[in-house]
Design a protein around this ligand. Structure first.
Ligand SMILES: C[S@@+](CC[C@H](N)C(=O)[O-])C[C@H]1O[C@@H](n2cnc3c(N)ncnc32)[C@H](O)[C@@H]1O
Length: 231
């Protein structure tokens, strides 16, 4: 993970006491992820959605997060859950170990292109062909407050959509095509999208985008050359 510790430091301190807010859409989950699925909750925080999945009857769920403080909180709040701190890649799971992965409100906390790409690629490795990634994140907002802070921080971060919050967080809102492109580049094809409104960490509301994408089969290599003629 190449993020400067400054970004991750927030999630060990102030950010670890926040209440996270992106809701699962149970109907969407139901339609794409069977109860028998092995599900990875990447960037699980304190296990909010990992616990919700378990409550919905998903028997094999596992949450991982970069933040030691959030995982410690998750273990206190949900001692029955499999929550693991994983500070870097590769995660300690084999290729195709999961039938589905959640990526909820994580990319909005990852300002850098390279770190976002690394996360999408790691999910592309971990979700088996035919499996699903269910993403929920925040696209670029059109209101004056957001447009002002995107413009104010664009030069510092080199990306329109990245901004700082007064409590020390650094966040990113994305053009929707960027989220689709990250998934496509990691081997997923977008199958379903839903928009809606979500509460934010600072008590406002924002438009959110949810995407269901399917892991494509790994492309077959070139045909092997014909073997020596027999007879
Ligand atoms: C807003 S919380 C969402 C947590 C959880 N997915 C939920 O919806 O309840 C964002 C999570 O992303 C994690 N995170 C922050 N920076 C990250 C990074 N560079 N790479 C991976 N995860 C990161 C944080 O530790 C935090 O748990």
């Amino acid at each position: 993970m190449t993020s400067p510790q400054g970004f991750l430091g927030f999630w060990e301190t102030t950010g670890s006491a926040k209440t996270f807010t992106h809701p699962l859409d149970p109907a969407l989950l139901d339609a794409w992820v069977p109860r028998s699925a092995r599900v990875l909750d990447y960037g699980c925080g304190y296990g909010r959605l990992t616990a919700e999945l378990a409550g919905l009857g998903y028997g094999e769920v596992c949450g991982v997060d970069v933040s030691a403080a959030l995982i410690a909180r998750g273990r206190r709040e949900h001692p029955e859950l499999a929550l693991m701190r994983c500070p870097g890649f590769p995660l300690p799971f084999g290729d195709g170990s999961f039938d589905a992965a959640l990526l909820f409100a994580v990319l909005t906390c990852v300002p850098g292109d390279a770190d976002q790409t690394a996360i999408a690629r790691e999910l592309g490795r971990l979700v088996r062909p035919g499996g699903v990634v269910y993403l929920s994140d925040v696209p670029l907002q059109g209101d004056a407050l957001n447009r002002e802070r995107y413009a104010r921080f664009a030069e510092r971060y080199g990306t329109y959509g990245v901004f700082e919050t007064p409590d020390g967080g650094v966040f990113r809102h994305h053009p929707p095509q960027r989220l689709r492109g990250l998934l496509r580049e990691a081997g997923f094809s977008v199958r379903k999208e839903r928009t809606g409104v979500v509460g934010t960490l600072d008590g406002r509301t924002a438009e959110r985008l949810q995407i269901i994408a399917l892991r494509e089969p790994v492309a077959a290599g070139p045909e092997p050359p014909p073997g020596p003629a027999s007879g």
